[in-house]
Design a binder for this molecule. Structure first.
Ligand SMILES: *Cc1c(COP(=O)(O)O)cnc(C)c1O
Length: 384
């Protein structure tokens, strides 16, 4: 056997022995909520398509029209010839929703985070990041070559201790958190973190991948509770509630101009297909126009948590922690047998011993199916 295959096989055997091997399963998403998998039709509680906009007729039509007009791909980096005319409109829209001076769109959320952090932090800088923040924020932090420290989840006092002790030794500092935590569904204390960052001349960056379109009237985690917190770096994705693909940063004009000049994942990567940009614009139209629709996913999640006597959902994401990876897989399989698609989330996506079922709720989930799901979970998961 070739040494490469020997290496791969040994790694795979190890993953399998720990129930951590993953497989790509062909999934046909029929509409916003029903999927077909392995010949079975399942109701999905695992898509991040919170507003079911991936399947919205007018949004799909906008994408088709953009393909007809501008082509299937963008042909080059945005800095060369890939900056088709739709980009400017999307960036103006994003800045308006987030109430910032400017915005810049990346190829994906992952690319955004991998590119943004190294623009602002170098080898003499400090990155303080919530321990449960998304993997691509850690990737961006590592790429910056600065010193990376984690603070305990949502623990502002711990972040303060670290800043008090270490801030002075570094030229610049960033404080980084998910706005809505992707695997836990809770919200970051954005106002407190922003005040803390101001106090220590650190720059707060929030990742609102699961905030835009669903919390804060659809504007995201800086707008929860009818306030507006002036977070200097607000990042997010166009691939979840917006239903298309791409990442973005909203910030001041100077910060955005610097990102356009320095973010390597923007400069050295091809621009998005025009269809993604057009679909995103059409989706943002809908989100701005219909805040009541944008409120539905959280309402549906709250119906589920209240039926189970769990703490009130704060976002469309509800985790039920099972513990070990194989137990989470078994629970997911049991729900599939009942007609529900609920993915088991295992390490390294979540810390060891916290494998879980992760439920995501969307605007169009029927209430009676949510009730049936809650009853099944009560009898077959929580009673175990
Ligand atoms: C999904 C996600 C990303 C990555 O966004 P993509 O556009 O899918 O690459 C970044 N951050 C968080 C918190 C996410 O959940």
């Amino acid at each position: 056997m070739h040494s490469l295959d020997r290496f791969a096989q040994a790694k795979l055997d190890d993953l399998k022995s720990r129930h951590l091997h993953r497989q790509l399963t062909g999934t046909f998403r029929e509409d916003g909520i029903w999927v077909e998998r392995g010949g079975r039709r399942l109701l999905s509680f695992s898509c991040n398509d919170y507003l079911n906009l991936t399947q919205h007729a007018a949004i799909k039509q906008a994408a088709v029209a953009a393909i007809e007009r501008y082509g299937a791909g963008s042909g080059a980096s945005r800095l060369v010839t890939g900056n088709h005319p739709l980009y400017a409109e999307l960036e103006t829209r994003l800045a308006r929703i987030k109430q910032t001076e400017a915005a810049v769109v990346f190829g994906s959320g992952y690319l955004a985070n991998a590119g943004i952090i190294p623009v602002f932090i170098g080898a003499a800088g400090l990155v303080l990041i919530d321990e449960l923040a998304h993997a691509c924020l850690f990737a961006g932090a590592q790429l910056s070559r600065g010193t990376v420290m984690t603070f305990r989840h949502n623990d502002v006092a711990h972040a303060r201790e670290l800043l008090a002790e270490h801030r002075a030794a570094y030229d610049h500092a960033m404080l980084i958190t998910d706005g809505v935590f992707s695997m836990d569904g809770d919200l970051a204390p954005v106002a407190a973190l922003n005040a803390l960052a101001e106090e220590y001349d650190a720059w707060l960056m929030t990742d609102d991948a699961h905030g835009l379109g669903v919390v804060g009237g659809g504007r995201g985690s800086s707008f929860v509770g009818n306030t507006h917190i002036d977070v200097p770096l607000q990042m997010g994705t166009l691939s979840k509630a917006v239903g298309a693909y791409g990442g973005y940063l909203c910030a001041s004009a100077a910060a955005i101009d610097l990102v356009r000049n320095r973010a390597r994942t923007l400069i050295y990567s091809t621009g998005l297909p025009p269809s993604c940009v057009a679909a995103s614009i059409a989706a943002l139209d809908l989100i701005e126009r219909e805040p009541a629709y944008a409120a539905l996913p959280v309402q549906k999640a709250k119906a589920f948590t209240s039926a189970l006597g769990l703490p009130d959902a704060q976002s469309p994401i509800v985790p039920i922690i099972v513990g070990e990876a194989d137990a989470a897989l078994k629970a997911s399989q049991m729900l599939a047998d009942e007609g529900f698609l609920v993915a088991a989330i295992r390490p390294p996506t979540v810390p060891a011993g916290t494998s879980r079922l992760r439920f995501t709720f969307t605007a169009q989930h029927p209430d009676e199916e949510i009730a049936r799901l809650a009853a099944t979970v009560r009898e077959r998961v929580l009673a175990q």
